[in-house]
Write a protein that binds this ligand. Sequence first.
Ligand SMILES: C[S@@+](CC[C@H](N)C(=O)[O-])C[C@H]1O[C@@H](n2cnc3c(N)ncnc32)[C@H](O)[C@@H]1O
Length: 295
Amino acid sequence: MPTPIDPRGKDNPSTYFVHNQHDEAEMIRLLLQDQFITAGMGSVLAGLERPEAFQHVLDVACGPGGWVLETAALYPTMQITGIDISWRMIEYARAQAQARRLARQVDFQVMDAMHPLQFSDNTFDLVNMRFASSFLHLKEWPVILNELLRVARPGGTVRVTESGSDQTGGPTSNSPTYERMLSMLLCAGEKAGYGDHPQRWGVAHRLDELLTEAGCQQVQMRPYRLEFVAGTAAGESIYQDAMYMFQNTRPLIDTWGCGSTDYQELYQQMLVEMQQPGFHVFWNLSSAWGIKAHD
Ligand SMILES: C[S@@+](CC[C@H](N)C(=O)[O-])C[C@H]1O[C@@H](n2cnc3c(N)ncnc32)[C@H](O)[C@@H]1O
């Protein structure tokens, strides 16, 4: 029985880096981002051995459900649950499940991942979570990983994917203005507690360490390097991503005093630079996964 959508039409309060989750612009950005991230990594379950063996799968902070739906379409025997704090994302994901005739295979629920998850111990063969640094402060990582392990079954897999690598932060480009905009966002991220370094957001560089500390065994970590070049489909994707990202995160940037008075001019300049021949972005990602031990 799916949880009812919040009839008050309000999102739950959250620590998400986009303050106005009512704004459909963030949902549009997440739909675009899901497609190019999954494509860039090669597949929804890139790196995992025998993915067809997973029967019960949980995706934490699933957004509008792109990863869940794509995984369900590729693996018709899987039962996949997606949870997100935003009822708007869940409402959209449920509608997509109906439209794509995947509703019997998937279940989307409104749930706050910062509280104990409403699932029994030892439930899922795979627990997946991508881009949780968008709402988890550094100190909360060990708590949530313990919770992901609790709901994974013994022998099950916990997999986490984040922007950045052990060497560098997430995206880098040859546009000075894109870099400047990014540095304002990173400044806000550090001050808000999502990261601990002005050039790095989140925990991608130590995902393997965190999984091991949480009790995962056989931990593996894999880096990905995605390339986006102006004039290609990928270049258009990153252009759209930046167009939404630097509007949607402006309240965060301003809250932490990391913006500048000419923010809007810089934003327009960035969009121009991103369309010039030769413009490129490299985006480093890391995925780490491990196994929950049998008692
Ligand atoms: C950057 S998006 C990633 C979406 C999806 N995992 C993906 O990779 O395409 C992060 C998502 O986390 C959700 N979120 C924020 N705070 C949350 C919380 N406390 N519990 C569950 N979801 C949360 C947001 O609503 C948003 O959909």
